[in-house]
Write a protein of this length. Sequence first.
Length: 196
Amino acid sequence: MVRVSFDLDGVLVDYLAAAIEQARELFPGRVPEMYSSETCAYSMQDVLSFNEWRDALDKLYKKENFWETLAPLQPNLNDFKVYAKSGKDEIYVITARPNSPDKSVVGQIMTWFTKQGVPIARERVYVTKHSSDKAALIKQLGIKFSVDDLYTTVDQCNKIPGHKAFLFNQSWNMQVPDMPRVESIAQFIGTVRILG
């Protein structure tokens, strides 16, 4: 049994779909109809300025219990759910999210997992203030494998002795330096089973 961590947004959760809809509401006509979380740049820099992107996010984060409302990346969540129920490894969720004006972010994540029918222990869900804080937490927890969609996090984590991090392929990270990648959560879990 090994310790394995999963990022949420961009890996198990379709966070960008909500950001795109918010941007469409705030900036009518600026975001093309064909634009989706499968094709966009992460901060939508091809259609919005940095300040406009921040405005869209700020508006999202003020919505009541926003983190409970996000859609899953369904194939990934299905594979994660089977893995979590198997009990073969110790599963952790480590994500970077800003504070919420309502219920705690961890509380909202737990509600989201419950709605999705995924068993996960509250003491294995961690929220960091910044993505750059994840590597230190992963090292402290003794996690052997992790998956994230942010290449800087994967790069930092792969500098931890005895740890192997994988970049989850998304449209916004295809142009970054070469590093271990996975196309799906099923592929990541299979790799953990082989290397574990």
